[in-house]
Design a protein around this ligand. Structure first.
Ligand code: GSH
Length: 216
């Protein structure tokens, strides 16, 4: 039996939940929090920075959400083409995965971290850097979508793009100049495994450090 350690409001937990839901892979969800010190200890021991998600597959602990998707594709395949079968398309999928993690989630995280550090007086320079990074990657992605096709859902790209675009748009809305990216976000949120993550996270929206908008 698989067990996933994470939290329903965590973007990287969604990234591991989406492939599990898409393939209806049996697993136990182990929510990490102060109510469950043993689970927190497991995560601390499994990950070099104590971060989740962590997938327990028998005695093997798989860390880093991208690697969890790769592990599921190899060891628990289903109907969702998590990693494209064509090696060239797989390389493109892995490239986009890096873009969504490093530049979409990474930029949104700068703003979130500024509020976590000081909710009343977040560092304006960190907020400026995060928002500028988002606008730059939004334009890059919109151009990419104009010239290329997304790998079919549900792929590694779906898993990376859905949570990162969901939360990034709360930090800095995707502008009208990036209509293909806005359409991709809407398409992703309509996918059943993604909609399930969005719904399960609703009770925690008040936690969102810059404040969650009244939509989605
Ligand atoms: N590079 C990691 C990032 C994971 C990550 O940032 N997890 C956050 C939750 S979304 C976390 O564990 N935060 C709690 C902490 O850092 O203590 C991955 O891809 O899995």
């Amino acid at each position: 039996m698989l067990a996933l350690y994470g939290h329903p409001f965590s973007s990287y937990t969604w990234k591991a939940l989406i492939p599990l839901y898409a393939n209806e892979t049996p697993f136990e969800f182990r929510e990490v929090g102060s109510d469950h010190p043993a689970r927190a200890q497991f995560v601390q021991a499994a990950h070099p920075a104590g971060k989740f998600p962590v997938l327990a597959d028998g005695n093997t602990a798989v860390i880093e959400a991208t690697s969890i998707v790769e592990h599921l594709a190899l060891h628990h395949p289903g109907r969702a083409p998590l990693i494209p079968a064509d090696p060239a398309q797989a390389a493109v999928a892995r490239m986009l995965d890096r873009v969504f993690d490093n530049y979409v989630m990474g930029s949104a995280q700068l703003v979130v971290n500024a509020y976590l550090a000081d909710r009343a007086n977040p560092d304006p320079e960190e907020i400026r850097r995060g928002k500028a990074g988002l606008l730059r990657v939004y334009a890059w992605l919109d151009n990419w979508l104009g010239a290329n096709d997304m790998p079919p859902h549900v792929s590694l790209v779906t898993c990376a793009a859905a949570p990162s675009l969901f939360y990034a748009d709360w930090v800095e809305p995707i502008p009208a100049e990036s209509p293909r990216l806005a359409a991709l976000r809407a398409e992703l949120l309509a996918l059943p495994p993604v909609a399930r993550c969005v719904d399960d996270a609703r009770p925690y929206r008040a936690w969102f450090p810059p404040g969650a908008p009244d939509r989605d």
